[in-house]
Design a protein around this ligand. Structure first.
Ligand code: GLP
Length: 241
């Protein structure tokens, strides 16, 4: 695992956007796995600046990592809408270039299996951007998730719901209890994993990811199993390394 410590969020965004630009240069129709949450936003901003400067992303495809279950279609905090706004629209990608699980499906188990097929038929993820939860989760794989898990429904921990309540007007009752997430085994199939963290609040999770034992108690520690994993953190998030 490679660990890169950068000065701040802006430097982190530029570094990762440059990696995506290199990928697109080599493989114009690459499949980019995108994470939600606030951490990766500077990456999407830096990527949009590269696009404005002439980077051709007309054939780039993007796919979601996870999704809330049961939010009404078009809910602004559904990850489909967040990715549409923060990535697809910002980069000017065609609407059809965007893959994600159906969090509103009547049969969630079938929707999870369908998303696994969609990812496989798309040729797999070339570069997966990941954030990390304060409890070490990746995607929505909460602690104790199987390291071999596939896309499935999960119940959020109280901690993650509290962490994400800020996106729902600080009203915990509005944060869904259930989610669909790519499994850890699914995530590990991406050809390159790039995990981002900023701020003191992530320092413990970063230390456990990078230096702790491989453990289902810290889902992000599964990156230790991957042949091409890069962790990009600012100084505060690196402070316990
Ligand atoms: C959510 C997402 C994760 C993300 C995490 C951290 O739980 N499902 O993919 O990594 O939030 O979010 P933030 O970057 O806002 O701290």
């Amino acid at each position: 695992m490679e660990v890169v410590i950068v000065k701040d969020k802006a430097a982190q965004g530029e570094l990762v956007a440059a990696a995506v630009a290199r990928l697109v240069g080599e493989k114009p129709d690459a499949l980019l796995g995108v994470a939600t949450g606030s951490t990766p936003l500077p990456v999407y901003e830096a990527l949009a600046a590269l696009v404005a400067g002439g980077l051709d992303v007309s054939r780039l495809r993007v796919c979601q990592l996870d999704e809330y279950v049961g939010l009404p279609a078009g809910h602004p905090e559904s990850y489909r809408e967040v990715v549409r706004k923060e990535v697809v629209q910002r980069l000017g990608l065609p609407a059809g270039s965007f893959l994600g699980p159906d969090g509103g499906a009547g049969d969630i188990v079938a929707a999870c299996a369908a998303y696994e097929r969609v990812l496989a038929e798309a040729g797999g993820v070339d570069l997966q951007i990941l954030g990390v939860g304060t409890d070490g989760h990746i995607g929505f794989n909460e602690p104790c998730s199987s390291l071999a898990s596939r896309t499935r429904i999960k119940t959020l921990t109280e901690q993650t719901r509290v962490d994400n309540a800020r996106f729902f007007g600080d009203d915990l009752s509005q944060v869904p209890q259930h989610v669909i997430t790519q499994g850890i085994g699914t995530i590990l199939e991406a050809r390159h994993l790039v995990l981002l963290a900023t701020g003191e609040g992530k320092a413990e999770a970063v230390a456990a990811t990078v230096e702790g034992p491989l453990s289902a108690l810290v889902p992000a520690s599964a990156l230790q199993l991957h042949p091409h994993a890069t962790v990009v953190v600012d100084e505060a998030a690196a402070s316990r390394l």
